[in-house]
Design a protein around this ligand. Sequence first.
Ligand SMILES: CC(C)(COP(=O)(O)OP(=O)(O)OC[C@H]1O[C@@H](n2cnc3c(N)ncnc32)[C@H](O)[C@@H]1OP(=O)(O)O)[C@@H](O)C(=O)NCCC(=O)NCCS
Length: 201
Amino acid sequence: MSGPATELPHVIPAHLSVERVAELDDHDIAELCEATDAAIIEGGGFGWVEPQGRAALERHFRGVMLVPERELFVARLDGMVVGSAQLVRPHRNNEAQAFAAQLTHAYIAPYGRGHGLARLMIQRVEERAAALGHRVLNLDVRETQATAIALFETLGYVRWGEHPAYARVRGQTVAGAYYYKLIEPGRGRRTGQMVSGQVVS
Ligand SMILES: CC(C)(COP(=O)(O)OP(=O)(O)OC[C@H]1O[C@@H](n2cnc3c(N)ncnc32)[C@H](O)[C@@H]1OP(=O)(O)O)[C@@H](O)C(=O)NCCC(=O)NCCS
């Protein structure tokens, strides 16, 4: 069965927005780098362990926007960039997994949390993945990220595995959890029909 679509209020509050970006001006990229370092300093959970500083993060995000398989989403609170997420599509040579994509590097800076932006951002990534024809969204997360795990499970992500040696953070080995969600591209057969009873090993 497909997971339920991520539910949002019918009217998104005007002070919240999420957009897919192919370029960012200097002001936005400065806010994005600041939000990223703030989230890393608060505890990370999305790859980086140490704050990277403006120059390194700017190179990273400008690079992300150039990679054909990656799409960058930024979340804004009152117009200010406070977080981001990435949608990663399979390489073209991976035809067998072309139906799946990955949600990764999702975070909201501490000063942008609690407004519903992560929920909105994940929904926007799901909508984009569906529009691109993907039927599965995969993600993985450190076991220590309790808020993120609660959010993903609320949004219908199904835990299918755990990795005891998922990450190393400040000298400690941290376990990780793996999730997927079936999504509906809105055309062709329903994903649930395609998947149920057809798993071939
Ligand atoms: C996980 C994270 C993205 C949530 O961001 P956010 O914008 O505050 O989340 P939202 O406001 O959309 O809230 C989502 C849900 O989580 C709940 N929530 C938010 N903060 C919470 C907290 N500190 N404790 C418990 N629940 C919390 C909200 O109540 C909400 O649930 P609801 O929609 O049913 O009311 C943010 O805490 C974060 O960046 N964490 C560190 C990075 C990380 O773990 N990333 C995920 C790994 S890829």
